[in-house]
Design a protein around this ligand. Structure first.
Ligand SMILES: C[S@@+](CC[C@H](N)C(=O)[O-])C[C@H]1O[C@@H](n2cnc3c(N)ncnc32)[C@H](O)[C@@H]1O
Length: 323
């Protein structure tokens, strides 16, 4: 989605366009059909709501006493976080920015259903550009997006230029991969999830290498934020911890995720692991992910924050706190 697994390991929607997809890619993006992933992205974000609410509360602590009237959610996807940001910062107008028009439609629908249509607006852009004309943000949130941009350092510099002096940039990147089964769950060779994660690392490296303008950097996010001219103010990791037995929504999400892993990494797995995956994906089998009693959802997401220069800043704190 970082021992240190890559940021992608926890949010697995890195899937090439399906053979029959209509390819709603935006210019410059890698070969991912983000619009087709809308329902999966929305369900994933909803399952992570407890983490998102704790993370945005932490941002509110950092901005306490300051005017927060303009907030950008960059690479918003279906806008689950945009809604949380609107509730956390009740004086703010939230601009959800994404390259996928269909996902921005979802943002609008969601905001209306949450009674937030007057404060959550959408803007289509091919990041890191396309923010001109939006004004300077008091807070920018961007989750699992920068690693889809070819030059991460240059992109952060561009995003930082959209902050007001003293404004806060929060980048959710890194953390721990998603786990959902015991190491030995009674089928096939133990350690399947560790092998999937290793295969995904290779896939991820290839995905990044194929991005337009790909530039390799050390993915030290506080250092990258400093390289963007910002002052690092904190790093925290937040758990998503849904123990067994899982409800239907979490099971369906994990089943869908495993199906995508099968599709994406199948060629790299041995015959035994493929048989195990197929057994887990069988919707009727008692040992399948939709039915087995031991499935859980455990992952951690790391959020790094940094301020634009130009205001009195608190000293940096590098706190790693679970929960
Ligand atoms: C992994 S999803 C993350 C969605 C959401 N931020 C979350 O954390 O749930 C990445 C999002 O970034 C958007 N995106 C990726 N590359 C982009 C680009 N170059 N310009 C604009 N949006 C982009 C995709 O359309 C997708 O909605």
């Amino acid at each position: 989605m970082n021992a240190e697994p890559h940021p992608h390991a926890q949010h697995f929607p890195h899937v090439p366009n399906a053979p029959h997809s209509h390819g709603h890619r935006h210019e410059g993006a890698e070969d991912v059909d983000w619009e087709a992933l809308g329902p999966q992205l929305e369900r994933q974000a909803e399952l992570h709501l407890p983490f998102i609410e704790r993370a945005t509360a932490w941002l509110a602590e950092q901005l306490a006493g300051e005017d927060v009237s303009r907030v950008f959610d960059l690479g918003s996807g279906p806008g689950v976080v945009s809604g949380v940001l609107a509730r956390t910062f009740p004086q703010a107008r939230i601009v959800a920015v994404d390259g996928a028009a269909g996902l921005l439609d979802r943002v609008g629908t969601r905001a209306a259903s949450e009674g937030l249509a007057d404060r959550v607006v959408t803007h289509r852009a091919d990041l890191p550009g396309g923010l001109d004309g939006l004004g300077a943000a008091d807070l920018i949130w961007t989750s699992k997006v920068v690693h889809h941009l070819g030059d991460q350092q240059a992109s952060l510099r561009t995003l930082a230029a959209s902050l007001r002096p003293g404004g806060l940039l929060a980048v959710a990147e890194g953390g721990l991969g998603t786990r959902c089964l015991p190491r030995d769950f009674g089928l096939g060779r133990p350690g399947l999830e560790a092998r999937l994660e290793a295969a995904e690392e290779d896939w991820f490296a290839g995905m990044r290498a194929a991005l337009p303008g790909h530039t390799r950097v050390v993915e030290d996010w506080p250092a990258l934020l400093a390289g963007a001219g910002l002052v690092h103010t904190g790093t925290r990791s937040f758990l998503t911890d849904l123990p067994a037995p899982l409800g239907a929504g979490a099971r369906e999400y994990l089943h869908d995720r495993l199906g995508r892993l099968r599709e994406l990494l199948g060629d790299t797995l041995d015959a035994e692991d493929l048989r195990t995956l197929d057994a887990l994906l069988d919707p009727r089998a008692p040992e399948g992910l939709l039915r087995r009693p031991d499935a859980f959802l455990l992952t951690a997401t790391t959020v790094h924050t940094a301020r634009s220069a130009g205001a009195t800043l608190p000293g940096p704190s590098r706190v790693v706190a679970a929960g």
